[in-house]
Design a protein around this ligand. Structure first.
Ligand SMILES: [Zn+2]
Length: 398
């Protein structure tokens, strides 16, 4: 291939030539995919996330980024890489997270492997495949002469909702002033692009009663489990009262032995909402259930563990339309805009007033499980698609 004309009119052929010139092919992509997956990074293991952060930071430096990390006492760091001159209001943010839900050593049972066009391993889809794509997109942008600001923004504790770090607000702060963002979360197997996500609040309710021997002193005991049972039913009744908001009592623990009146009981709730404005009313309804006594002598507390805002689609209309057009032009199908339940950092980006599309990582299924896989050829497809999309968005008003 000779004499690539480096104009703003970058097309598929130009990107394919640049990939070839830079020796980027499936084998190379799989090699780095394996490297990043093999550095395990369980979301609650700060040291493990620091290890993968060092790897990602090294890769970004090699690409020419100026990097810095924002550290937290109890959670993995957030990594920021910046490149390019000019006004951020013309710049793009490439974003995601580097922690996974998979516990330490899970890779021993679920090693990185490639089989029949699918790649398996912890975080291969959610979302180390996406981070790996970011590296090559940036390499292509550089190679093809892109000179607008690029910021890479990668959190280290997304999978437990930034509950121990507050890094969601760091993401929002870092995103401020940029033109748009692309989040490389788990790509959907349907080829759709995520344009909206539900918000999520996790909380616990702890109830205390009084322990007593179930045979000798039954009447002296105050059952925390009985109190909680009433509360659970009332909480479930809230479903349907706040539009599409859902409240799920996901876990319950309580009591110590079968022959004692239980002194303690705890439940954990997962609440999902489409509209952030519903939250105060939901909290108020929960508080009134928590403060109400069904069993005299019990005491209960509501503990809000973390809150993830909803990711609304009000800002990303033009961005999505352009993405659909570019995908179609490249022969990668016409993606639909999907509104899904799972939360992501895209919510914090839009809180900063920055349009964002989500789920642009490698495509696959079954994240958070031991069946997690991504389609090998979806990585190359995304590199072509996103590189072209970024060039097409240059100068376009969103
Ligand atoms: Zn994820």
């Amino acid at each position: 291939m000779e004499n690539i004309v480096r104009t703003k009119n970058i097309n598929k052929e130009a990107i394919l030539c640049a990939l070839e010139e830079n020796n980027i092919n499936e084998e190379v992509i799989l090699k780095t995919w394996r490297e990043i997956v093999e550095i395990e990074s369980y979301t609650h293991n700060k040291k493990a996330v620091e290890n993968v952060c060092a790897y990602v930071e090294g890769r970004l430096k090699d690409l020419g980024f100026e990097t810095r990390t924002i550290e937290f006492d109890k959670a993995g760091p957030t990594l920021v890489g910046e490149m390019g001159q000019g006004d951020p209001s013309e710049g793009v943010i490439l974003t995601g997270h580097m922690d996974t839900v998979h516990k330490d050593d899970f890779i021993k049972d679920f090693p990185f492997r490639v089989e029949e066009g699918k790649v398996y391993g912890p975080g291969v889809l959610d979302m180390k495949g996406g981070i790996n794509i970011i590296f090559y997109v940036v390499e292509m942008l550089k190679s093809l002469g892109y000179n607008k600001p690029i910021k890479v923004l990668i959190s280290g504790d997304e999978e437990h909702g930034h509950g121990k770090s507050g890094s969601g607000s760091v993401m929002a702060e870092e995103a401020k002033g940029y033109k748009y963002a692309l989040n490389f979360e788990t790509g959907l197997i349907t080829n759709d692009i995520v344009v909206a996500r539900k918000g999520m609040m996790h909380c616990a309710i702890r109830t205390t009663g009084l322990s007593a021997h179930a045979g000798a002193n039954f009447d002296d005991g105050i059952s925390a489990i009985k109190e909680m049972s009433h509360k659970i039913l009332e909480i479930q009744e809230l479903n349907g009262k706040f539009g599409p908001t859902t409240l799920n009592v996901g876990t319950i623990t309580g009591g110590t032995v079968v022959n004692a009146v239980p002194e303690n009981c705890e439940i954990k709730l997962d609440i999902r909402y489409v509209d952030n404005s519903v939250l105060p009313a939901v909290k108020e309804a929960l508080e009134s259930i928590v403060n109400k006594n069904y069993v005299e002598g019990t005491k209960s507390d509501l503990i809000i563990e973390n809150t993830f805002p909803a990711f609304p689609n009000s800002l990303n209309g033009k961005l999505f339309e352009k993405a659909r057009e570019v995908s179609s032009k490249l022969g990668f199908g016409e993606p639909k805009g999907a509104k899904i339940g799972g939360a992501s950092d895209a919510a914090f980006i839009t809180q900063a007033g920055v349009p964002c599309l989500c789920a642009l990582g490698a495509k696959g299924e079954w994240n958070h499980s031991n069946r997690e896989y991504a389609l090998v050829d979806s990585a190359m497809e995304r590199i072509l698609f996103i590189t072209n999309l970024i060039f097409e968005l240059e100068g376009m008003e969103l």
